[in-house]
Design a protein. Structure first.
Length: 287
């Protein structure tokens, strides 16, 4: 009897386990991931192939973190900013005086990390040919030539959003205190335990937009536009997660003016940062 009772209990446990495993545990999501591609084509503001201007030099950084404050799906090339399907909006604040991206609440994601997960049920059904991503922050490694230590590798934090409210942030172990709004192009750099801050010229940040003629973006924004291959369709009947990987070109995306024509970034020689923008976006869809 004890043996039969044990078999009944054992069978019941496994029967319940099978039922629980077969039952759906969640609704399908749109999972947005980030990817930084050093070999992806380098584009200009119009989405055309771009070379490095005479008198400038550039290098490809190793991007470690990135953030965005706005993602929008656009059905076609004539869909204006804000008229598509806005699937993500980051936190904003007026604590610094003007409306700005609240960096303290920003989501940071690294290479091939998930940036945001959105239930597919919250996204309107339809076919979308384009995606717009308003980038706000990127952090990574660059090489710098110094007088004292020769060529060193440091960490660059660049704020590329339209306006950025920053209290403080950690840069490779060094605390950077700001407590103010900073416009697009503000940057901080750390190497060997030392930090320095600066500001790229207004309008210098490259923001590739292949839809420049039909759907222009606001001046000073960092809304990068990319085209889906064969479109991106949401039917409303999905039963599995869908992954969209945002592949950003970092091909020679850190650019400066040359004083010593050697292809090395030398701040001590008076070489100035002129561009920290990304150089293109390709959205890739998978399940």
């Amino acid at each position: 009897m004890k043996y039969l009772l044990f078999l009944v209990i054992f069978a019941s446990i496994f029967s319940c386990s099978d039922e629980n495993e077969s039952a759906p545990t969640s609704t399908p999501n749109l999972i947005v991931k980030l990817n930084f591609d050093a070999n992806q084509q380098r584009l200009d503001n119009l989405g055309q192939p771009a070379t490095i201007p005479t008198g400038n030099a550039a290098q490809t950084p190793i991007i470690q973190k990135m953030s965005a404050n706005y993602i929008e799906l656009a059905p076609d090339r004539f869909t204006q900013i804000g008229e598509g399907e806005i699937i993500y909006s980051g936190a904003e604040t007026s604590a610094g005086g003007n409306l700005a991206i609240d960096f303290q609440q920003a989501i940071l994601a690294g290479q091939d990390d998930t940036f945001v997960t959105i239930p597919l049920s919250q996204i309107s059904s339809g076919t979308y040919d384009w995606i717009r991503v308003s980038l706000s922050y990127q952090e990574g490694k660059i090489n710098v030539l110094t007088d004292a230590a020769g060529e060193v590798t440091g960490t660059l934090a660049s704020f590329v959003g339209y306006n950025n409210y920053i209290t403080n942030f950690d840069l490779n172990g060094s605390n950077i205190s700001v407590n103010d709004d900073k416009p697009q192009g503000f940057w901080a750099f750390e190497a060997l335990g030392f930090t320095v801050q600066g500001q790229a010229p207004e309008g210098a940040t490259t923001v590739p937009n292949p839809l420049f003629d039909s759907s222009p973006i606001p001046q000073g924004s960092c809304i990068v536009t990319g085209e889906f291959n064969n479109g991106f369709t949401i039917t409303g009947n999905e039963t599995q997660d869908v992954v969209v990987t945002l592949s950003f070109s970092i091909n020679n995306s850190f650019e400066w003016t040359e004083v010593n024509i050697d292809g090395k970034y030398e701040p001590s020689a008076g070489e100035q940062v002129v561009d920290m923008g990304l150089r293109g976006l390709i959205p890739l869809v998978s399940n």
